[in-house]
Design a binder for this molecule. Structure first.
Ligand SMILES: NC(=O)c1ccc[n+]([C@@H]2O[C@H](COP(=O)([O-])OP(=O)(O)OC[C@H]3O[C@@H](n4cnc5c(N)ncnc54)[C@H](OP(=O)(O)O)[C@@H]3O)[C@@H](O)[C@H]2O)c1
Length: 323
């Protein structure tokens, strides 16, 4: 293997304009890590504004990590293993969520703690698999780990048509819940097709008039939508937000729980998700696949467009040097 690789890197903190496709040292796997030959990566809106993208902490106090590589969802093939890794082998097809405080996967190779990788769903190609980890793990951790959603319970998903929402509707339905979701009128059929029994047009209808006493609200919108959700959760129920911490006084007044969390890399969660995918119960929604040489343009487009599903970077190995 060459000691260098092609990667998309930024040498200074900033927006998409900082990224260049260039030669970079190929990383070496440390103890407990896998070196993954990247086949595909996917990008997340807002990622470039986070301290973790540029430093080694989430709170702005960390050490500068530039030059940094973006795109923290990966699907690829294990190329080498650091010492102590016994549960993966070279040639394994894997996917996973890379911590945002490390280099991402817009590169020919990336090192990842081996216990954060799981076997890629057999029924997906790498481009499709790279669209899964962040959104699906967020939903899995919200519904299974935090809300303990049970078969037959009623869940209201605020924002069912977005990147996370499309996974939320499918996973809640696969877990046997009765799913109501809010979305724009144009997305009603789309969200119904994902498994929602009822879709509420959030611009023209008030969800408070249409649903009552739900067991779980999953809030993917925040702000006023989160605030209004207390009116529809049953006493003893739970509002889980992935956008902002819910108001604990309002939770107590309703006799319900309110919780915010940030998704974490999670091999057992990914394995459960792979099973749902291979059983035909969950499909990623991919808006488009672009060559990773066009990473900068892909981030620029995310700032103005609103894709339905993920934007995936396809990583071709051995490409020519670009400017
Ligand atoms: N805590 C975590 O670990 C974590 C993990 C992943 C994501 N997030 C956060 O979760 C949020 C959602 O992410 P995403 O990637 O799914 O975003 P997204 O793809 O932009 O989707 C947002 C969706 O919400 C809809 N929406 C907007 N206002 C709404 C309202 N008032 N009621 C119902 N639906 C509404 C939008 O519909 P229209 O386009 O039709 O308006 C869109 O379909 C973001 O804030 C993201 O940062 C947090």
């Amino acid at each position: 293997m060459n000691a260098t690789m092609h990667a998309v890197r930024a040498h200074e903190r900033g927006g998409p304009e900082r990224y260049a496709y260039e030669s970079a040292p190929r990383p070496e796997p440390a103890a407990g890590e896998a070196l993954v030959a990247v086949c595909a990566a996917s990008i997340t809106a807002g990622e470039l504004d986070w301290d973790a993208t540029w430093t080694d902490s989430f709170d702005g106090t960390g050490r500068d990590r530039t030059p940094t590589v973006p795109s923290h969802e990966v699907s690829g093939i294990v190329a080498a293993l650091g010492s102590g890794v016994t549960d993966l082998g070279t040639g394994d097809e894997v996917y996973g969520l890379i911590p945002f405080t490390r280099d991402g996967a817009a590169a020919e190779y990336v090192t990842v703690p081996a216990d954060m990788l799981a076997t890629k769903p057999a029924t997906l190609n790498h481009d499709q698999a790279a669209a899964v980890p962040l959104a699906a793990l967020t939903v899995w951790q919200a519904l299974v780990d935090h809300a303990a959603l049970q078969r037959g319970q009623h869940i209201l998903i605020q924002g069912g048509a977005g990147g996370v929402g499309t996974f939320a509707v499918q996973i809640a339905a696969a877990l046997g819940a009765r799913v109501t979701a809010t979305a724009s009128a144009r997305d009603k059929d789309f969200v119904t097709g994902l498994g929602a029994q009822r879709v509420i047009d959030y611009r023209n209808e008030h969800f408070e008039d249409l649903v009552h006493d739900v067991d779980v609200v999953l809030d993917l919108v925040g702000g006023e939508t989160l605030d209004r959700s207390w009116a529809v959760v049953r006493p003893g129920g739970i509002v889980v937000s992935i956008v902002q911490p819910p108001d604990q006084e309002k939770a107590a007044a309703r006799g319900a729980r309110g919780l915010f969390f940030i998704v974490e890399p999670d091999r057992p969660g990914l394995m459960a998700i792979s099973e749902l995918i291979d059983a035909g119960k969950l499909k990623p929604v991919v808006d488009r696949v672009v060559p990773f040489t066009e990473t900068r343009a892909a981030y620029e487009a995310l700032a103005t467009e609103h894709p339905r599903g993920k934007v995936v970077l396809h990583v071709e190995h051995g490409g020519e040097e670009a400017g």
